[in-house]
Design a protein around this ligand. Structure first.
Ligand SMILES: N[C@@H](CCC(=O)N[C@@H](CS)C(=O)NCC(=O)O)C(=O)O
Length: 207
């Protein structure tokens, strides 16, 4: 059976849990990471020398990097709907996966670490405010994209691209700070919320 290493409240582990439920892949999960066993323990470093979750073990095939894991599982289970073979559709959805892990996450990180984790390194309100400004800028761009080319990030259908973006959007609505009204992003949040796997692993009350 597929084994997932990583705590279920990690945004990156949640991508893997969500895709497993979309596909219907049974799995076992072991808690590792902040609040659980440290990823610096030798047993974990042997799984992933970069000391971050998630890692999967699929019948002896070990893989790290959350976005890559979702692409691997969709391919392994032949889910062309989630990861279409058309090169242009595929590139489009992958560009949103990359955006969520870079441009969007650079704004999210200081806000999440400061307001939710309350990490001392992010305790300065100026750091949090700068994160909100950057994150809001990115969210305005997402809003404009969804308004013109949605309802999903790659167009008419839900794909893997919506998994990292949808988790960032959940974080946006769940963390408490003053935010601009973004109509298309709100509609996207509601559209994703019709999916049981998003309700379970995304919009589940946790940022
Ligand atoms: N690029 C990696 C990043 C993984 C990552 O940063 N994971 C965080 C949790 S979201 C982590 O392991 N933090 C250390 C911890 O929880 O102890 C991926 O997408 O899988």
């Amino acid at each position: 059976m597929l084994k997932i290493y990583g705590r279920a409240n990690s945004i990156n582990v949640r991508k893997v849990l969500w895709v497993c439920d979309e596909i219907g892949i049974p799995f076992e999960r072991e808690d590792w990471g902040r609040g659980y066993r440290s990823t610096e323990e030798p047993a974990f470093l042997e799984l992933n020398p970069f000391a971050v979750v998630p890692v999967i073990d699929d019948d002896g095939f070990r893989l790290r990097e959350s976005n890559t894991i979702t692409r691997y599982l969709a391919t392994r289970y032949g889910r062309d709907d989630l990861y279409p073979r058309d090169p242009k559709v595929r590139a489009k959805l992958e560009s949103w996966m990359d955006w969520a892990s870079t441009d969007m996450s650079w704004g999210i990180r200081p806000v999440f670490m400061g307001l939710h984790v309350k990490a001392p390194a992010y305790g300065d309100p100026k750091i949090i405010e700068a994160g909100i400004v950057e994150w809001s800028r990115q969210m305005h761009a997402l809003d404009a994209h969804l308004a013109s080319s949605g309802p999903f990030v790659a167009g008419p259908a839900f794909t893997l691209g919506d998994i990292p973006v949808g988790l960032g959007v959940n974080r946006w609505f769940t963390l408490g700070f003053d935010k601009p009204e973004l109509k298309a992003v709100s509609a996207y949040y509601e559209a994703l919320s019709t999916r049981p796997a998003y309700r379970k692993h995304g919009r589940n009350g946790s940022p």
